[in-house]
Design a protein around this ligand. Structure first.
Ligand code: ADP
Length: 353
């Protein structure tokens, strides 16, 4: 394997939090490598370390076989570009936003114009040069952000969930742009995501991480064939970790912190991570009588319109992601900070390991 970058037993601590725990990983050159794992599993931290923005607490990072040392970090930083999940564009024209990094690197005006035109075409924003970046939709802003990164033509492109929470059209355009870059250049792309569809359609190799640990790494097809369960958890967001004890009914009560206890139908005691699929959660405005063991009151803190469906984030002490149809959303007259109940059965709570 032609290795572009390598992590050797990398651990990253933020104070007492272990964001990455002894990760060893080789990134093959010229491929799309996906990193999959739930929120908080360490994907962003891993990308930042590869981007040489963050320094590992322990372990080593190599680029083209060369050890990255603290003093050489700025030099290695130029080899890659990272696109963050939350786009930050300057309050200037789209042209200025895309050209900025190129100007800093001293490219000629002609070269800058040519690159800006090419990348804007790639993200289907040709002719938008003079528009104000701040007036764009979230999806368009993310496309500008990708264009800005692509214009630099670095060897390594690090994409941190670039399609998360975008409208379908922008997500498809970004997906197509990534594919095209893969086909037409030798750029190595690392894509963090928790969307299995993107993993299946885009990537050649995939690494699964959870709680800062590498669980599995291999060819995408092999992983999809052999580890349905592992890949299953990675695409969902309602993951809770805590300590479980067995109740007198033979179920498990898991204390997940923030005053929340989740009941699960399996018998397990000790430390455990569980998930609940968004489609297994029932949302209601009033508490309804049901045999479901888990009922929590919360408020809507985020609403994302995905066309036929609406994705809601509910803060009930812990946060839940629930997906409902647009029709139910309208019928229930839901708004930001509406009070709601989330309800799910003990049998809808699954263990990760
Ligand atoms: P992901 O990208 O998979 O959501 P992150 O790499 O962002 O995961 O986070 C991994 C863990 O490290 C989480 O527990 C997160 O809260 C923590 N973390 C990340 N960045 C920081 C930081 N700057 N300070 C403190 N904790 C952090």
């Amino acid at each position: 394997m032609n290795v572009m970058a390598e992590l050797d037993n990398v651990t990253k601590m933020y104070g007492k939090i272990t964001a990455l725990n002894g990760i060893s990983l080789k990134i093959p050159r010229g491929e799309i490598f996906t990193l999959i794992g739930p929120n908080g599993s360490g994907k962003t931290t891993l990308l930042k370390i590869l981007a040489c923005i963050e320094k590992p607490t322990k372990g080593k990072v190599y680029f083209d076989g060369q050890l990255v040392e603290e003093r050489s970090m700025p030099e290695f930083r130029l080899k890659s570009t990272m696109v963050f999940q939350k786009t930050v564009l300057f309050n200037a024209s789209i042209y200025e936003n895309v050209a900025y990094g190129l100007k800093l690197r001293g490219f000629s005006k002609e070269e800058i114009n040519e690159r800006v035109r090419t990348v804007l075409k790639l993200v289907k924003l040709e002719g938008y040069e003079k528009r104000s970046a701040k007036k764009l939709s979230g999806g368009e802003q993310q496309r500008v952000s990708l264009a800005r990164a692509l214009a630099l033509r670095t060897e390594l492109l690090l994409l941190d969930e670039p399609m998360a929470n975008l409208d379908q059209r922008s997500a498809s355009i970004i997906e197509a742009a990534i594919s095209q870059i893969r086909q037409e250049t030798n750029t190595t792309i690392i894509l963090a995501t928790h969307d299995m569809f993107q993993v299946e359609t885009l990537s050649e190799k995939v690494a699964l991480i959870n709680n800062g640990k590498l669980i599995h790494v291999g060819k995408t097809r092999e992983i999809l064939e052999h580890s349905r369960k592992l890949t299953d958890f990675a695409r969902i967001e309602n993951i809770f970790s805590g300590v479980s004890c067995i109740t007198k009914d033979g179920t498990s009560r898991i204390d997940v912190g923030d005053n929340m206890q989740i009941e699960a139908s399996m018998r397990r005691s000790g430390k455990i991570s569980v998930f609940v699929r968004p489609e297994d959660i029932i949302l209601s405005k009033i508490k309804f009588a049901s045999s479901a063991r888990n009922v929590f009151e919360g408020r809507i803190v985020e609403i994302l319109d995905l066309g036929p469906t609406v994705r809601l984030r509910i803060d009930a002490g812990k946060q839940f992601v629930v997906q409902i149809t647009k029709h139910s959303f309208i019928e229930m007259q839901l708004n930001l900070s509406s009070k709601v109940f989330v309800t799910f059965k003990a049998s809808s709570v699954h263990t990760i390991d």
